[in-house]
Ligand binder design. Structure first.
Ligand SMILES: Cc1ncc(C[n+]2csc(CCOP(=O)(O)OP(=O)(O)O)c2C)c(N)n1
Ligand SMILES: [Mg+2]
Length: 374
């Protein structure tokens, strides 16, 4: 058989749980109630993805990108942070905000772009960020968040804050010039930043083997003089272990780390993508065996912390919560027209003041039809 473009993680990859959910490495110290919280959060992400994708298919939201298959990487990395740390997300970290206190209702409102949207309709659907959980707005331009994370870490250093900045990236973004600029600067100044790469094997239709000739993404850190760690990204305990070490190191003032979480994007790149056009069903089946939820579920059941009969009730609760959020969000009007002029200047200049008066006099604009192109 020819090897698939995303062969299973090699042995050098840090792993705590094997794919059956048996602990093979040292289990990091995590209180049992947190283990359950982590599992329930991963389940929350999975169910939310299913519901939102179906909402998109019904034409009720314009665009959605799932993180299905990546729940352990997202949740484990979020767990390693303090609420006072800053997050600079890439494409698939909505679950990080959700972990830190964003509500499902806020997420649905952002997808619709209505009056309950924390981003007041200014972002593309699913390009989520939330000021109250210290998650900075992300741009679609791959990699741009990394110099920002590095710059914020530099600011933290100057201000003597013990804040760590987490800059997320995908495997595709590891080829961007911004990644290299950020890594170089962070290495030279030993900044309190963690670069967390969700290597999900694909950058839209580009497989990892066409992304880089390096043996891994983690190894790229060597060139910049700081550690790179490769971890099984579908093993939430290993992700926590690796990310915690990186965050602690940054907080101690010892500089950056690049964490490469080896995972897989189970769905399409986004709701506009059909991955069957460019990847084999065998590859997807192989990664289904490595499902991060199944692995963690088996582990928790093995430790007697989770009973199989509990989960359907949790899923039902989640579905109810999501259903209620959709109902509330769909009843809300679009953002007020006057919000277009908010937060742009501290004091609104006369020409914008005039435009605001004009826009308000015109009233709410016509409904614009159109599908999102990507
Ligand atoms: C600078 C730049 N180049 C190209 C694109 C088009 N684009 C959008 S997402 C994407 C792939 C990103 O892949 P990766 O970084 O692996 O993240 P993933 O989608 O797999 O999470 C590309 C090429 C872009 N948005 N920005
Ligand atoms: Mg990718």
């Amino acid at each position: 058989m020819t090897p698939s473009p995303s062969a299973p993680p090699p042995p050098s990859t840090l792993q705590v749980l094997d794919i059956e959910g048996k602990a093979r490495g040292t289990v990091p110290e995590i209180p049992p109630e947190d283990l359950i919280r982590l599992f329930r959060h991963m389940l929350r992400m999975r169910v939310l993805d299913q519901r939102m994708l179906s909402l998109q298919r019904q034409g009720r939201i314009g665009f959605y990108g799932t993180a299905t298959g990546q729940e352990a990487a997202v949740t484990g990395s979020a767990y390693a942070l303090r609420p006072t740390d800053w997050v600079f997300p890439a494409l698939r970290e909505m679950g990080v905000s959700l972990w830190r206190g964003t509500t499902i209702r806020e997420i649905v409102c952002q997808l619709i772009g209505n009056r309950g949207d924390v981003l007041i309709g200014r972002q593309m659907p699913c390009h989520f960020s939330d000021r109250k959980v210290l998650t900075v707005a992300w741009s679609s331009v791959i990699g741009t968040q990394l110099p920002q994370a590095m710059g914020a870490a530099w600011a933290a250093r100057i201000l003597k804050h013990d804040t760590v900045c987490m800059g997320y990236l995908g495997d595709g973004a590891s080829s961007s010039s911004d990644f290299h600029a950020a890594a170089n600067f962070a290495g030279v100044y030993r900044l309190p930043v963690v670069f967390f790469c969700q290597n999900n094997q694909w950058a839209i239709s580009v497989p990892l083997k066409l992304q880089t000739a390096s043996e891994s993404i983690a190894v790229k850190a060597v060139a910049y003089g700081f550690p790179g760690v490769r971890v099984d990204g579908n093993d939430v305990l290993a992700v926590i272990d690796a990310t915690r070490a990186a965050v602690d190191r940054a907080r101690r003032g010892e500089g950056p780390t690049l964490v490469e979480a080896v995972t897989f994007r189970m769905g399409g790149h986004s709701s506009s993508d059909d991955p069957t056009r460019y990847r084999e069903a065998d590859e997807v089946r192989e990664w289904e065996r490595r499902d991060p939820l199944q692995r963690f579920r088996s582990y928790l059941e093995g430790r007697g912390l989770l009973r199989a009969e509990e989960e359907p009730g949790w899923t039902q609760e989640l579905n109810d919560e999501i259903g209620a959020a959709i109902q509330e969000a769909e009843a809300l009007p679009p953002p007020g027209i006057e919000t277009m002029f908010d937060d742009v200047y501290k004091e609104v200049p006369p020409h914008l003041e005039e435009q605001r008066r004009y826009a308000l006099a015109m009233g709410e604009g016509q409904k614009v039809e159109g599908a999102f192109p990507l």
